[in-house]
Design a protein around this ligand. Structure first.
Ligand code: TXA
Ligand code: MG
Length: 328
């Protein structure tokens, strides 16, 4: 696939400019509360192909379709289970994606041939305004080059996609900072396929029942968020007990991603960035990808990051760090 710089990328706050580019099948980066998305008309194959081209994805993966409301999404799905309504009611607009039987109007390219489509109503005023202006929903993967850390500011998008897209709609830094939680419905089961901005505990509280966790690559379809090093930094990243890792990498130049009041020190530590010095999990999630990018630019030999408590958003953060991890 050729990857040429076809555009002078502009950053701005005009939903009209974004709408004009989208109407002509050009990909536009849009802000959401989770991460920035690279959007295109979900009903247009040309627009969806342009997204894949700009991201330089080596193969086609299913994309999340963004709509302004459940009503706006309804024409594109066939059947909505009761549990899906309950979750939409509780969490939309918000960091929740529902897998629902797709209507034939959604091209197979969007779902990678899967019979379900991923639907989400994002909680960002600018993007909701844009969605209400458009006569079509927006397919959007995260707005990063394939395989790299997801973007949580317009500048992050620019760093990766400058020249490959015409417009970045700047909505400020993302407030949640990790991607949406993806929920599927199978027979009588509710299945979480990706941990994200809504905790599994919160999903269970709304449904008043236990849900299944099936977030591994053996589940069909193999999704990009499930590839091992999908969120990879260029500098090898290791997670675990930070003091043990510091010992293991003695003599190397280390960048540390810290969490909580104690920042690890040592002769080898050339850079430290803190997810949240007060140990606040929401703040840690919002800072995660920016911290990973900063650590990646520190000129270190390795990045080391802690494993956070595996509860609430901590589970989603650990998942992202684990995927970014250098194996070996
Ligand atoms: O928070 C988010 O979800 C962000 C913002 C932009 O909305 N989007 C995002 O997109 O994270 P992306 O492409 O990086 O991840 C989309 C994931 C895929 O990895 C896949 O797991 C799942 O959504 N997915 C999408 N469509 C699917 C389908 N039809 N069946 C199964 N999984 C699907
Ligand atoms: Mg992604």
């Amino acid at each position: 696939m050729s990857h040429s710089k076809d555009f002078v990328t502009q950053i701005g706050t005009s939903t009209q400019a974004a709408a004009d580019w989208l109407a002509t099948d050009h990909p536009v980066a849009i802000p959401t509360e989770t991460v920035y998305g690279l959007a295109g008309n979900a009903l247009s194959k040309a627009a969806v192909l342009a997204i894949f081209k700009a991201k330089n994805r080596p193969h086609f993966n299913p994309l999340i379709v963004h709509a302004a409301s459940m009503d706006a999404a309804a024409p594109y799905v066939q059947h909505i289970p009761r549990a899906a309504y309950q979750l939409a009611e509780a969490f939309w607009p918000g960091p929740l994606t529902l897998l629902l039987e797709k209507h034939p109007d959604i091209p197979d390219l969007v779902t990678a041939g899967h019979h379900k489509v991923a639907i989400r109503v994002p909680a960002h005023l600018l993007t909701l305004e844009l969605l209400r202006m458009l006569p079509f929903p927006l397919a959007a993967p995260s707005a990063n080059r394939f395989g790299y850390v997801s973007p949580t500011t317009a500048e992050h998008v620019y760093d990766g996609l400058n020249g490959f897209i015409p417009y970045i709609l700047d909505g400020g830094p993302c407030t949640i900072g990790v991607e949406s939680t993806i929920v599927d419905f199978e027979d009588q089961d509710v299945v979480v396929r990706r941990k994200g901005g809504i905790s599994v505990e919160n999903v269970e509280a709304v449904l008043q029942r236990h849900v299944q966790l099936r977030t591994h690559a053996h589940e069909h379809p193999v999704a990009p968020g499930q590839l091992k090093s999908h969120y990879a930094t260029h500098t090898p990243l290791y997670t675990g007990a930070v003091d043990v890792l510091l010992e293991r990498f003695a003599g190397l130049r280390v960048a540390v991603i810290a969490f909580g009041p104690v920042s690890p020190m040592g002769a080898d530590v050339v850079y430290t960035v803190n997810l949240s010095s007060s140990g606040n999990m929401d703040e840690a999630a919002a800072n995660l990808f920016a911290c990973m990018r900063q650590a990646d630019r520190a000129g270190a030999d390795v990045i080391i990051a802690p494993t956070l408590p595996e509860a609430g958003l901590g589970a989603a953060i650990n998942d992202r760090l684990r995927r970014a991890r250098h194996l070996g």
